[in-house]
Design a protein around this ligand. Structure first.
Ligand code: ADP
Ligand code: MG
Length: 269
């Protein structure tokens, strides 16, 4: 359903030329939950912007259901990393969540209101509709941003390091929320992160990107059991193997000679 073909992006200007993406090709099947992991600066945000139709690629193309994406498409929603900047501070939570629905023509007011309430409920914020974003914690604000994307009823949800700025506890809860919503709604999810553990825990598949200029380095199915659990899944031997595999691919892509895996995998405190 989502095809990225030979995507290349070069930024030019002020005497600078950055080839952010060299040649990216991959496809997502409907209903897939795919994590894309790569080092900072490797072009993950650039890729998501191209997929969302917010940025024109230099070469190559993105197809959604066989049609080229040349601008923002109704079937896609994006959750960005900087939730603080993505919510409008002068609007109540409920109005922030409902804002994109104004652009879905012909949607009756009643239906719009119901979608907003359902989405807030889905992220555990049924009571927060009347609050302003700045009255909420960082984790809650990010849940508002997720609710806003959900209310839009997207076929494809694009998420750009959405939990990078929240504490570990909140982050674990939000990871489980994404998996739960994915299972319930059958959306296609492309989730970008620089965190290998997060990619393996969340994804049904992990695509590893090289450092810039960027290509897809590795494509690994995650064969961990469906219902995941922060304690048991992360403690499973298979989890450690998958994470070591992805880690090695990233190291290799950066030209680091193979080091014993048990020494190079950073342990989470
Ligand atoms: P990531 O999200 O993986 O950290 P980005 O997609 O943000 O990476 O950036 C990839 C590369 O492209 C970086 O070298 C960055 O400096 C460069 N870049 C990103 N946006 C722009 C821009 N608007 N103009 C020029 N260079 C940019
Ligand atoms: Mg980024």
């Amino acid at each position: 359903m989502l095809d990225v073909r030979g995507l290349n992006k070069v930024y030019e200007g002020q005497g600078r030329r950055v080839e952010a993406l060299r040649d990216l090709t991959f496809s997502l099947a409907p209903g897939e939950l795919c994590c894309l992991v790569g080092p900072s600066g490797c072009g993950k945000t650039t890729l998501l912007k191209c997929v969302a139709g917010l940025l024109a690629p230099t070469a190559g193309e993105v197809l959604l259901d066989g049609r080229p994406v040349t601008g923002p498409r109704p079937g896609m929603a994006v959750v960005f990393q900087e939730y603080g900047r993505s919510l409008l501070p002068w609007m109540r939570v409920r109005d922030n969540v409902g804002l994109p629905l104004k652009y879905r023509r012909g949607l009756p007011k009643e239906r719009r209101r119901a979608l907003v309430e359902q989405s807030l409920d889905a992220v555990g914020l049924a009571d927060a509709g009347g609050a302003y974003p700045w009255q909420l914690s960082g984790g809650m604000q990010q849940r508002v941003a997720i609710a806003r994307a959900l209310a839009y009823e997207p076929e494809v949800m694009l998420m750009d390091e959405p939990f990078a700025a929240v504490d570990a506890q909140t982050r674990a809860g939000l990871e489980d929320l994404v998996r739960q919503l994915w299972r319930e709604r059958g959306m296609t999810v492309l989730f970008v992160t620089h965190d290998i553990d997060e990619a393996v825990y969340l994804g049904e598949r992990v695509l590893t990107l090289s450092a810039s200029p960027t290509v897809v380095r590795d494509d690994t199915p995650v064969d961990l059991p469906g219902p995941r659990d922060q304690l048991h899944t992360r403690a499973a031997p298979r989890f450690a193997e998958l994470r070591a595999h992805v880690y090695r691919e990233i190291q290799r892509a950066q030209g680091v000679a193979d080091a014993p895996v048990d020494r190079v995998i950073p342990q989470k405190g």
